[in-house]
Write a protein that binds this ligand. Structure first.
Ligand SMILES: NC(=O)c1ccc[n+]([C@@H]2O[C@H](COP(=O)([O-])OP(=O)(O)OC[C@H]3O[C@@H](n4cnc5c(N)ncnc54)[C@H](OP(=O)(O)O)[C@@H]3O)[C@@H](O)[C@H]2O)c1
Length: 482
């Protein structure tokens, strides 16, 4: 049995766990214990990376004995039953004050449940969202830990040692208690869905509107990446569009089946937003767009339905492309504003004290949505911490003011051309809805009162009212009618 000399351990040595263990081992001051259910992965990792000085363990008892106290272990196993199985084993060999971290992609209600159960043993449980995939795990991910303040004292320096660094700051912060970290990671992924869909719509509009080739559009994205849209996703979009398929000589994007997959975090973000009553229409449309693409039988059946009777033609290509850029930026602002709204609402619902500016900062490096743009969000919350709607911050309001006419032209063009742009158009509708002085919700209230006596409030006096619709249609104070 090894000496108790490791300050951190990793359980689960598949792609993510092995890379995270190597990242940990490469940082000054860390000694890493490693354990995997099946022995082969442990042997392979230790043999392949002697420089890491791993302390391999082949049972949970050995693993616990190899860790100095408070014992700290990061679980990187298949989310769901695998995570529960490992927690059950670790709880048997760990002691009060020790720390179990789940770095997998857990659904935040599971993290809340696990934290509550593990806390009863006196052991700390931390759900930590880790973004950045395989490469991020090795070179520096963005990390979103929840859990107790006590666990953060030990865990904070370790996670700071392995996180990505953006403008000199590690991309990790103590997000909030219990499930807060996995909640924020979930919304991060939802925003990622929206950002990707908006970029895909911009590409489709330019391609079908101007007839430009993927390689030509790649150059447009590369150019955009030098301006306010600068981001990892714009950068890789140019790379993807540039790629030529070796087998056919065609642009790779043209030989890829047009059905987008999903692992579920977008759907979780939308389901949670529905439960919280937060309109995340950009994320929802992006998630539904993937669903729509993935029903080939329905698409084949609907393919004969007619498109616009008049052919669509872009008159001024350069002006149209600039309009699409402005529309993309405006829609992106809406998507992030909605995502941060969901985090704000989740924090209120679950009692988490989440610093929204700090969240935008830890997304600047290591994760898929990393972008300069996130600095503007941090500035907005620094200026006004209780900002009710992110996109009303001066910087974003100015960008929306500058872009809104172009945005409208692009949505009109998409409708006229019969090009689907669900995220562009729903974002514009959200913008017009949230800024409207008066909404037709008043009529909806009237309808609800008519068929269900659901009552309504009046603009000119306090109280709750119901109209006697079938009689002389007089109005009565609702309290009097029930
Ligand atoms: N891949 C990514 O880009 C990415 C990005 C962010 C987060 N994540 C999350 O990180 C976690 C790990 O991902 P991954 O792709 O490296 O691995 P994975 O394929 O999700 O899971 C494989 C690992 O889980 C272990 N495992 C499964 N069931 C177990 C059980 N009942 N008891 C003990 N161990 C069990 C396996 O052990 P055996 O070797 O014994 O089978 C193996 O080490 C997941 O939660 C994933 O969602 C992944």
């Amino acid at each position: 049995m090894p000496n108790a000399a490791a300050n951190i351990g990793v359980v689960g040595l598949a792609v993510m766990g092995s890379n995270l263990a190597r990242n940990l081992a490469s940082r000054e001051g860390n000694t890493v214990a490693v354990y995997n259910r099946s022995r082969a992965k442990t042997d392979e990792l230790v043999a392949a990376h002697p420089e890491a000085g791993f302390l391999p363990a082949f049972s949970y008892e050995e693993f616990a004995a190899s860790l100095s106290t408070p014992r700290t272990a990061i679980i990187m196993v298949k989310a769901g039953a695998g995570t529960d199985a490992v927690i059950d084993e670790l709880v048997k060999v760990f002691e009060p004050g020790d720390i179990i971290v789940d770095g997998g992609n857990a659904y935040f209600p599971d993290t809340i449940r696990r934290e509550r159960a593990v806390r009863e043993t006196g052991i700390n449980f931390v759900g930590a969202g880790i973004s950045g995939g395989e490469e991020g795990a090795l070179t520096g991910p963005s990390i979103m830990p929840g859990g107790s303040d006590e666990s953060w004292v030990t865990l904070g320096p370790i996670l700071k040692s392995i996180a990505a660094v953006a403008e000199g700051e590690p991309c990790v912060t103590h997000v909030g208690h219990d499930g807060a970290g996995h909640f924020v990671k979930m919304v991060h992924n939802g925003i990622e869905y929206a950002d990707m869909q908006l970029i895909a719509e911009a590409y489709d509009l330019i391609r079908r509107g101007t007839g430009k080739s993927p390689a030509e559009i790649a150059e447009i994205f590369a150019e955009w990446n030098r301006g306010e849209l600068e981001s990892y996703l714009i950068e890789i979009t140019a790379e993807v569009l540039r790629q030529v398929d070796a087998a056919t000589g065609e642009p790779l994007v043209d030989v890829i089946v047009d059905q987008a997959g999903a692992k579920g975090t977008g759907a979780w973000t939308v389901q949670t937003a529905l439960a919280l009553g937060v309109p995340v229409s950009g994320i929802a449309e992006a998630t539904f767009a993937r669903s729509l693409s993935s029903h080939p039988e329905q698409r084949a059946a609907a393919a004969g339905l007619p498109g616009p009777s008049e052919a669509f033609r872009v008159v001024d290509e350069d002006a149209f492309i600039e309009d699409v850029r402005l529309a993309l930026y405006a829609s992106k602002i809406v998507a992030y504003s909605q995502g941060f709204d969901e985090i704000r609402a989740g924090a209120a619902e679950y009692g988490w004290n989440i610093d929204l500016g700090a969240i935008s900062k830890i997304w600047r490096g290591g994760c898929i949505i990393r972008a300069q743009f996130l600095n503007r969000i941090a500035e907005a919350y620094a200026q006004t911490p209780d900002l009710p709607v992110l996109m009303t911050a001066p910087y974003f309001a100015e960008a929306l003011t500058r872009g809104q006419d172009a945005w409208r032209r692009v949505v009109i063009a998409a409708a006229q051309a019969g090009i689907p742009a669900p995220a562009f158009s729903s974002s514009l509708s959200y913008y017009d809805g949230i800024r409207a002085e008066r909404l037709p919700a008043a009529l909806v209230q009237g309808q609800r009162d008519f068929f269900g006596a659901h009552t309504y409030r009046r603009i000119d006096k306090p109280g709750t009212f119901h109209t006697l619709w079938s009689g002389d249609r007089t109005e009565v104070e609702a309290e009097d009618t029930h």
